[in-house]
Write a protein that binds this ligand. Structure first.
Ligand code: HEM
Length: 485
């Protein structure tokens, strides 16, 4: 049968199934106190109201009308959207045990090696074990020495090879730095420039995001697969997984095993206790979890620093007075740089790259903000909106690291790394990497904008929905700092 002869019966089945589900669910929910909800259409639910190239801003705007907890339907699937620190605390603290699982999706099952990973794995014994291995064997103190050695060596390469006096694309140099570091500590060597069947690692990670965002089975759990098969999505997913799996198989085959704790990467740390798919799931989590988040946050931090000359001056004064006469700074140098830490914190408040936490699923009836939440409802938390909530933050769109000197910040007033048992285990790794990158890039180097552009005119337009990046790359001219003036 060709595509067109499938299409009509498929639409017919989908339409009537959705009407039935809709009728049944409205009868079931009439006695409940459900969160406010914008009017929705059959089949697509509220999808037409949220289509936007800046989803987090759209949700934030809707929350101004419907309140800090909204019930939305994407396709046939109910979601609640939380947009305040108080309700985030209820979800991530009070009801953490009920909201700790991730929803099932056919696409994520494939992308996560059958849920052998940490990020998408349902809450349970397997997730606990995998997370424990990631935290203790990879992100824990056992690996600190090895990580620092790799980080210092890669930073040295960057500082030595920087094209002083010419325009550099800051996004590119930071992304390359982070990819090299993350590859070396995870799989033993950098695969940044390797092409596997014509595709680079970076392109495969971008494809992962596209497939993750574009899955119909997320919003039509029962029938989404039909649309995925008909639209060519399943073929695209098959092609990606074949390619990506081949790439990881090559990495595992090429891997040179290390036995000393000072040299062990993620593969060494897991090889003896895990299956091949579990190791591939974990590598995927580290590649996806660490690369874009750490590099994008560093680029946003540098953008805000350059845009705000007072911050730049104060930060460089601190960095340069804490240490003098060195070619490169290390962890011990940055330990006392208090303003640097505030700059990174303020960047994470305003520009945490994932604007929303990873979707959770409610497994038992609960109440949030006095509203009933039914099992099966998916929970989204707008961490971008919470970090810019004017009820909590004075002048929320102003980059002002000093605000943390005067304000007591509640645990859920900013949640760039999420909260509760599914919170991000890479928090320490990323914040200390970003601090050390910035300290070194601002220590011996001065930066200016090209074409005599005024700092205040630097464009800060955002792009993206799953990861918020700069719309235009950050282009800067580095020059060696003259210590005599
Ligand atoms: C600036 C850097 C980073 C940011 C902003 C960030 C943000 C997040 C967020 C928002 C979540 C979801 C938390 C939730 O649902 O409550 C998350 C989960 C996760 N992140 Fe990160 N992340 C960063 C760096 C890293 C790094 C460096 C790694 C690994 C080396 C990592 C690995 C993970 C994993 C494995 C999870 C899933 C945890 C679970 O489901 O149990 N992340 N991250």
């Amino acid at each position: 049968m060709d595509f067109h002869s499938w299409l009509l019966p498929t639409i017919f089945v989908l339409f009537f199934s959705c009407i039935m589900i809709w009728k049944k669910s409205s009868m079931r929910t009439s006695n409940l106190n459900l969160p406010p909800s914008p009017p929705r259409l059959p089949i697509i639910g509220n999808l037409h109201q949220v289509i936007s190239n800046s989803l987090h801003r759209r949700f934030w705007k809707m929350s101004q009308t419907y309140g800090p907890i909204m019930l939305l339907h994407f396709g046939s699937q109910p979601f609640i959207m939380i947009s305040s620190s108080e309700l985030a605390a209820e979800a991530l603290k009070t009801h953490d045990n009920i909201l700790s699982t991730r929803p099932y999706s056919r696409t994520l099952e494939r992308l996560s090696y059958n849920y052998m990973d940490v990020v998408f794995s349902p809450y349970g014994e397997h997730w606990k074990l995998m997370r424990k291995v990631l935290v203790t064997e990879f992100l824990g103190s056992k690996r600190t020495k090895f990580f620092k050695r790799v980080q210092d060596a890669e930073l040295k390469n960057l500082l030595d090879s920087l094209a002083y006096g010419t325009v550099v694309n800051f996004d590119d140099i930071i992304k390359n730095l982070v990819v090299d570091i993350v590859c070396k500590i995870t799989v033993g060597k950098s695969y940044r420039e390797v092409k596997f069947r014509g595709t680079t690692l970076e392109e495969m990670l971008d494809e992962f995001i596209i497939l993750f965002m574009g899955s119909f089975s997320e919003i039509y759990p029962k029938y989404g697969w039909i649309l995925e098969d008909l639209s060519g999505f399943t073929r695209r997913l098959d092609k990606h997984m074949k390619n990506y799996d081949g790439f990881l198989e090559m990495i595992l085959d090429e891997h040179i095993d290390h036995t000393s704790d000072d040299e062990k990467d993620l593969i060494d740390a897991c090889r003896s206790s895990m299956t091949r798919d579990e190791i591939k799931g974990l590598i995927t989590n580290v590649f996806n979890g660490a690369i874009d988040t750490t590099s994008t946050t560093t680029v946003w931090a540098m953008s805000e620093i350059v845009k705000n000359p007072k911050v730049l001056q104060k930060l460089q004064d601190e960095i340069r007075s804490c240490s003098r006469g060195k070619s490169q700074l290390d962890e011990s140098d940055i330990a006392n740089m208090t303003y640097l830490k505030l700059v990174v914190k303020e960047t994470l408040r305003m520009h945490a790259p994932p604007p929303m936490l990873i979707t959770r699923e409610c497994v038992s009836p609960i109440q949030i903000g006095g509203y009933d939440i039914l099992p099966g409802t998916r929970v989204l938390i707008n961490s971008w909106g919470i970090g810019r909530d004017p009820r909590v933050w004075t002048n929320p769109n102003k980059f002002n690291p000093e605000r943390f000197e005067n304000q007591v910040v509640g645990k859920f007033d900013m949640i760039p790394f999420g909260g509760g048992r599914r919170s991000c285990p890479g928090f320490n790794f990323s914040t200390s990497a970003i601090e050390i990158f910035l300290a070194n890039l601002l220590y011996n180097i001065d930066w200016k904008l090209p074409n005599e552009m005024m700092n205040k005119d630097l464009d800060m337009t955002e792009e993206g929905s799953l990861f918020i990046v700069r719309k235009t790359p950050l282009c800067l001219i580095p020059s060696k700092h003259n210590w005599e003036v």
